[in-house]
Write a protein that binds this ligand. Structure first.
Ligand code: FES
Length: 243
């Protein structure tokens, strides 16, 4: 398959090297294109026990063509072992190809605004760590603005974006391309495969999803917004056994 045309890139995001992508195999795993670093990444809690930062863990080898489990049933996670063929998990893609912001809610504050598309929530809870981002962005003052920006940047799914109202641009730093296997000890579960740095995700149909700086892909098999995570791993108590 040649280089895809007309890839849409979210404002504030920069697509990674085009030789890098993650492809959805129909009813099967994720196929990594190009060599990307892959690590477990644990959500670290603050003194109040709320999500605050990340700690990088074990590295896993990835080369061009590496297959990563998408159904949640492989015995060789994070890699695919063919279990999807008998696991009975519906892996059909259900997410929209439209830009995420099209269905996002906007919350305006004095200097910044927030866009929020709840459909992409990966239940990492950085947005509600004692203070709530939806309030912080609305309150006057540098300290509140800084906290709102920090919370948005920790959101692994890119559901939340803070915008500078004076420039009309998102407050977003393009990240280096990487893959992370989220571990969430606070909820006692494992979470999505997080793609940072504008990695293009290609549907089994050949079409590309909007390229974004932060994206969370389902690897438990339970999301209703596949290939993206919708937080269902928390209710199904998904554990990948990699901690
Ligand atoms: S990993 Fe989050 S819904 Fe599957």
């Amino acid at each position: 398959m040649g280089e895809p045309k007309d890839v849409s890139v979210q404002q504030g995001s920069v697509q990674s090297d085009p030789s890098i992508s993650v492809e959805i195999v129909e009813d099967g795993p994720y196929r990594v294109r190009g060599a990307l670093p892959l690590h477990t990444q644990e959500i670290v809690r603050n003194e109040e026990g709320r999500s605050w930062s990340y700690r990088q863990g074990r590295a896993y080898p990835v080369k061009d063509g590496t297959m990563l489990c998408r159904c949640g049933h492989s015995r060789k996670k994070p890699f695919c072992d063919g279990s999807h063929k008998t696991a009975g998990v519906d892996l059909a893609e259900t997410a929209s190809f439209e830009p995420m912001l099209q269905e996002a809610e906007e919350i305006d504050g004095p200097r910044y605004s927030l866009t929020d598309n709840e459909r992409y929530c990966a239940f990492a809870r950085f947005c509600d760590n004692g203070q709530r981002i939806w309030n912080e962005v609305r309150i006057e003052g540098e300290e509140h603005a800084r906290l709102a920006i920090y919370m948005a940047h920790q959101c692994p799914a890119g559901r939340l974006l803070v915008w500078d109202r004076s420039t009309g641009n998102p407050v977003e730093e393009p990240l280096t391309a990487s893959l992370s296997l989220i571990q969430d000890p606070g909820a006692g579960v494992s979470g999505p495969l997080v793609l940072r740095g504008g990695v293009r995700v290609q549907s089994a149909s050949g079409e590309s999803y909007e390229v974004r700086n932060r994206q969370a892909l389902c690897r438990c098999g339970a999301s209703s917004n596949k290939p993206f995570c919708d937080g269902s791993h928390a209710s199904t108590k998904f554990r990948d056994g990699l901690e």
